[in-house]
Write a new protein. Sequence first.
Lengths: 97, 433
Amino acid sequence: MQEISIKVEEKLYQNRYMVDEGRPHIVIKPHTQPTEALASLVKICPAGCYSRTETGQVEIAPDGCLECGTCRIVCAATGDIEWNYPRGGYGILFKFG
Amino acid sequence: MSETFDAIVIGAGPSGNACAYVLAKSGLNVLQIERGEYSGSKNVQGAILYADALERIIPDFREEAPLERHIVEQRMWILDDKAHVGGHYRSDAFNEEKPNRYTIIRAQFDKWFNRKVREAGALVVCETTVTELIKDGKGKVIGVRTDREEGEVYADVVVMADGVNALVGSRSGLKPEVKPETVALAVKEMHFLPQDVIESRFNIGEEEGVVIEVAGSVTVGMVGTAFLYTNKESIAIGIGCLVSDFTEAQVRPAFLLEKFKNHPSIKPLLAGSEVKEYAAHLIPEGGLPAVPQLFGDGWMIVGDAAQFVNAVHREGSNLAMTSGRLAAETIIEAKKAGKPMTAQVLSAYKKALENSFVIKDLHKYRRLPKVLHHNKHFFTDYPRLLSQAAETMLRVDGEDKRSKEKKVTKSFRSTRSLGGLIGDMFNLARAFR
């Protein structure tokens, strides 16, 4: 596959968010080794919210979340994450949708 | 909020708005709950509006709804890395007094639709997330719990129009969880360009629009499609593939979108545009086998939450609006007859769906999701073969045409074998029958 350089963060700058400070709507359960499902989110989250720590765990910064629910569905069987909608009014605010 | 409503509608997308509007219009006491700041703030679609479904709800919507362009031309492209092979249909017949399909911008359209719901008399509460259903001792749904303080509200019937994730229904055990194999993840960008640039670039007049639907190598072997729609002053471009394929192939969705935007057939159409939004959303693609139980004691499911998407024809919002309307009509009938909202009474909703295009179309294509899932070469081998065939036949290089034809036939047979080719045709024909 040809390499196209993309920075998801730059895409997210275009969007409007109302961040619910200190109340993340997605929480990863503590783990030493991520499951395959959880590890896959590092690539397939469309907002790039998931990343690997130096020690190999998966962590999340949900501020840029587009609330698509992909991670919720991928990890439904493994129970790796706790996923809720942000509180009413918070989260992504699509200008166009 | 301690009163009991005739109906509570969860969600303010096309299905929820259609349902709440029809209910309120009939004089029922309706509460609609939306988690976003306004109707549309959480909603994503390409987006094409199919006039018929809305016309049956608001006949004169064209006079006031925010519409972008009516569609006069449909392009269907199969891409390989350097080329596209396509079919176009353009007709002046689509320039009619009451056009059949429009491009819309969902945040604006949904806001308008929801204003109509309020004007019809429904109470609309935004910025409020429904957390669960409230059931009585016998399991009948009697209300909802929200994330507001003392946020419990009661109604004779609750309509779940909470979209593809449909958390309310699955957390209450009324419907199974969506599976990665039956849902697509789509990413989308809004590219802004001056109106006259769009019109000259796509060869269209002031109100006219073009849609391009794309399949092929652009999804790098995954089951999926891409699209490009012209709005008045913007172009919506997106691409989506099954979630199970994304996890397996480990492809970044944003990378896929960039690859599509950089395809030589697409890039010139976007040149000079300014990107103003990046969105992602799930699309139910499981078809009829994925449709859950649609009603029960005190509850109904409509729209994406019920998996009502015709993936073949890229239709969803019309199925959503129609299911919302039919759910509302079922409730209105029951109310008129003084009947309780039991599963038996609400089963009329399912009958109405079965008599409509919603279930009929889903039934027609019920085999397709499985066929595509097990035949990835439809998205890899065939686009390449078609493109090579076209190039072979069109390039004039001294080789005689019969030899060129042989070359083309050989390329198909060596890739898929004769049995494979016949099997593919059989499977496809059967899935479309």
